[in-house]
Design a protein around this ligand. Structure first.
Ligand SMILES: [Zn+2]
Length: 200
């Protein structure tokens, strides 16, 4: 990775290359030294944002074989469009001028599975988040089957991010932001890239 600002497609190619190394078990673990971190003290210029799930089996820097300063990451249960994820993404756009956002879902996602089933005993906050995902899936005409839903949820989240943030909408409309939904599959150990959301 260079210090030159990459275009969104170039940044995406970097992420795909890093993920290929991870899949082939030839990760380089770049940018992981104290020296690299020292160079970043004055500021960060990450090549992309990732909205991912909090799930411990989806460690984003490892999956993309990147290190300090490479990714601006937002994580919550179910890689969900919430006020705080939107606010963080808007920071990434305005303050850091990032032009690539990956929405990374994954197979076996507990939040999506909960949204697909009748849950009775969730805490109030969690219940609200799960209901949000359920309504999104229902609104998108997605069958409430976890195996199917995990592959559609990232794309629906991308659409919600656009709908719920004027800034995101403007950047996508003007071509200044590319949003790419993707799904990490445990079975194959790789990321399934979905269609980029290029227009609002
Ligand atoms: Zn998850």
């Amino acid at each position: 990775m260079t210090h030159t600002k990459l275009s969104a497609p170039e940044a995406l190619a970097e992420l795909k290359a890093g993920h290929d190394r991870f899949v082939k078990a030839i990760s380089k673990h770049p940018h992981s030294s104290q020296q690299r971190l020292n160079r970043l003290v004055s500021g960060q210029h990450p090549l992309a944002m990732v909205l991912g799930c909090s799930d411990s089996r989806v460690p984003i820097e490892l999956l993309f074989d990147v290190g300090f300063g490479d990714l601006f990451i937002i994580r919550n249960a179910g890689n969900t469009c919430t006020e705080s994820s939107l606010a963080s993404i808007e920071y990434g756009l305005e303050a850091l001028n990032i032009d690539l956002l990956v929405v990374l879902g994954h197979e076996g996602c507990g939040a999506v599975a909960a949204a697909c089933s009748e849950q009775k005993s969730l805490s109030p906050n969690l219940s609200q988040l799960v209901l949000h995902i359920r309504q999104e899936l229902e609104g998108g005409g997605v069958p409430l089957e976890p195996q199917v839903a995990v592959h559609r949820h990232p794309e629906l989240t991308a659409q919600q991010l656009i709908r719920n943030s004027q800034l995101v909408q403007e950047r996508v409309s003007s071509g200044a932001l590319m949003i790419v939904p993707a799904c990490y599959t445990f079975d194959h150990g790789n990321i399934e890239w979905l269609e980029a959301t290029l227009s609002a």
